[in-house]
Design a binder for this molecule. Structure first.
Ligand SMILES: Nc1nc2c(ncn2[C@@H]2O[C@H](COP(=O)(O)OP(=O)(O)OP(=O)(O)O)[C@@H](O)[C@H]2O)c(=O)[nH]1
Length: 311
């Protein structure tokens, strides 16, 4: 992730966000390039921003910034895009934070939560590959003990990354597995422990009970564990991501949000209301299926890519 050369990294981000940037700028830019800034144009801008899923509150603030700019007839495409990027970045910059499991206590325990299909397993696998690539000793724990397919998929990622893999079968107690795996990781000098969790029935209390139980037993080993709880949200579900954030954010003590599949949607702007609704900052984003497509969240770079500007 963070070791990827900056240029390639930005290009991947822009390629991933191309559908969103087209949606964001096509109408917005043409509105302002063709005519001077008017109340009517500002109203249309607000509509376009809301259609791009930026949410009503942020859209209204962005429009206010545009009103203050007082574009004349001469405003060109670049000027409009720069202003839009700056306005989006102003919304997102306070909501970014870094994910750095190698600078904390060892073993650094990261819990992954989110509904099935959100990209949890893939995100965990990409992080594992990045960390082993940096020479870290990594353990992956398959906390979804009910689904053989989930376990197998995770095992493939563990093998690919060269990470140690811990699992149990057929609905074994996930908290028991997490406790034993963490104790082993501690005894054997692992740097990082990545724990996948079940994501079914996100609205049912049993799932939250199971998550809380995992957290409780990890704290028996170290009161500060898990050191990070990443909530993985799929951008393609649009504003449903806000609902998921609410459900998990309420109970799971989320410390960071990962938004995946930003390449699979024209509505990448949804990151803005999610970032603002969440107590936890955005730490990583997924813009494709490859290992290099999981990137640290950089509000400025994201905002520039979202409107189709270069770095
Ligand atoms: N295009 C794209 N696809 C992604 C991204 N992240 C994950 N995926 C794909 O999304 C699908 C679901 O990802 P998983 O990692 O299996 O999701 P999960 O949350 O673990 O779901 P379960 O395996 O059902 O528990 C897979 O086909 C991934 O390859 C991304 O950033 N971009």
């Amino acid at each position: 992730m963070s070791d990827t050369p900056k240029k390639g990294w930005f290009q991947r981000l822009s390629a991933g966000l191309s559908r969103s940037s087209k949606q964001m700028t096509d109408q917005v830019v043409s509105t302002f390039v063709k005519e001077p800034l008017s109340e009517e144009a500002l109203e249309r801008l607000e509509e376009h921003l809301i259609e791009s899923d930026l949410g009503p509150a942020a859209s209204a603030r962005i429009v206010e910034r545009f009103r203050a700019l007082r574009f004349g007839k001469t405003s060109d495409e670049r000027e409009v895009k720069e202003a839009l990027a700056e306005a989006v970045a102003a919304e997102l910059t306070p909501r970014q934070a870094t994910f750095d499991p190698l600078s904390g206590p060892k073993p650094y325990v990261v819990l992954f939560v989110g509904v099935n299909g959100s990209g949890k397993t893939t995100t965990l696998g990409k992080i594992a590959s990045d960390l082993t690539g940096k020479g870290a000793k990594v353990m992956i724990v398959a906390g979804d003990t009910f689904r053989a397919a989930a376990r197998e998929q995770l095992k493939v990622w563990a093998d690919r990354a060269g990470a140690h893999f811990e699992s149990r079968r057929d609905g074994a107690d996930a908290a028991g597995l997490a406790f034993d795996a963490y104790a082993k990781a501690k005894a054997e000098g692992f740097d990082v422990v990545l724990i996948d969790t079940a994501g079914r029935l996100q609205n049912k209390s049993t799932l939250m009970d199971e998550l809380l139980k995992i957290v409780r037993v990890l704290k028996k080993v170290d009161a500060d564990a898990p050191h990070e709880t990443l909530l993985v949200l799929d951008a393609t579900v649009g504003r449903n991501a806000l609902e998921q954030e609410k459900i998990f954010g309420r109970t799971a003590y989320v410390s960071g949000v990962v938004m995946t599949k930003l390449d699979g949607t024209a509505r990448g702007g949804v990151l803005v209301p999610v970032a603002q609704a969440s107590d936890a900052p955005i730490k990583l984003i997924g813009v494709g299926e490859g290992v290099e497509d999981l990137q640290p969240f950089d509000a400025r770079a994201f905002s520039r890519s979202l409107v189709g500007l270069e770095d």
